[in-house]
Design a protein around this ligand. Sequence first.
Ligand code: NAD
Ligand code: DAU
Length: 350
Amino acid sequence: MSFTQNILITGGAGFIGTHLVKRMVKLYPQYRIVNLDLLTYAGNLSNLTDVENAPNYVFCKGDIRDHVLLEGLFATYAFDGVIHLAAESHVDRSISNPMAFVETNILGTLNLLNVAKAHWDKPTHQRFYHISTDEVYGSLGETGFFTEETAYDPRSPYSASKAGSDMLVRAYHHTFGLPTVVSNCSNNYGPYQFPEKLIPLIINNICNNKTLPVYGDGLYTRDWLWVEDHAAAIDLIYHQGKIGETYNIGGNNERRNIELVHYLCDVMDELLGRSQGTSRQLITFVKDRPGHDRRYAIDASKLKNELNWEPQVNPEDGLKMTAQWYLDNSEWLEAVTSGAYQQYYESHYL
Ligand code: NAD
Ligand code: DAU
């Protein structure tokens, strides 16, 4: 079978990668999608069972830091595009183990850039698309938004490592003419998110009648985006984004953490048939995250004006669908929270 494009997606067994791989495999049978993922604690092949036998899908277990492996993949598939998501993604883990973040997010990205550069000597139609975060911009006060022109001010080892990788991607465009695109997105939520992140952690703890840890005063603000809206934005930017450009992606959906947790408690009480207020009693204010950024908010008007993208799922519906998904997929939740997760949870929260 011949394909019109071969696309390498890294980190395709993670949370966002799962949604992106499924979308690309199903929407574009004319493309061959090669998913390279190391299957760390955050990667889960069972997320992808509905595409695993698709004729246009290939999975490769491997490390973006492995130069020989990448060389082999580029030689075999002559990639037309790379969509790079593989990363260490959890801020709390970056505080306890910054080195893993530098190794994967910075050195791994550099390795990928070097191999792409070597294979795309005189790029014609190729593109290297790097998926990044709004956290590179630092923290906002009560007002204002991050735009693509906001100066970088990363403040956690995670955001510093993502900022470093963004800078390398930009540098490879300016210095070597590598055809790159970058997008910086706000907090995603939805099915398949690992329950170390706030929303699935709260849902999982409510299911298990465990306390709901809210850091500090709970007045930290995040802008939440339905993960499939992010996957749609990535698809659009991959196809239509301008080389050398950066695009912000956001949900226009700011919530204080405590308000979000209250809402999830109420949704879960309803879904579990408990009386309203039951889950709220589990809320516990705990020691704050060191260096905790106060507020993120994205101005996504460039993406709207230039590529006509807007989020499609309203937050109330999205949060209810998310809660329902975790209830319907309790086996998934049990599988990913067995073993090493317990150790992580106990050392972090207890
Ligand atoms: P995730 O932690 O759920 O998934 C990361 C995936 O990368 C996992 O499947 C893991 O196995 C894989 N991986 C890790 N190290 C690897 C390596 N060395 N080689 C190959 N694969 C490796 O992350 P996510 O939440 O899906 O985020 C994906 C990307 O999007 C990341 O780059 C992250 O910085 C970015 N991002 C995430 C969010 C969010 O809210 N989750 C928002 C903006 C940007
Ligand atoms: O903004 C985009 C970023 O969003 C992504 O780049 C990251 O990969 C992703 O993990 C996410 O980072 P956050 O740190 O914002 O997400 P997290 O779910 O860890 O935390 C959301 C907010 O909730 C944050 O203010 C910290 C707080 N929190 C988190 C946890 C895990 C709590 O109050 N209690 C918790 O137990």
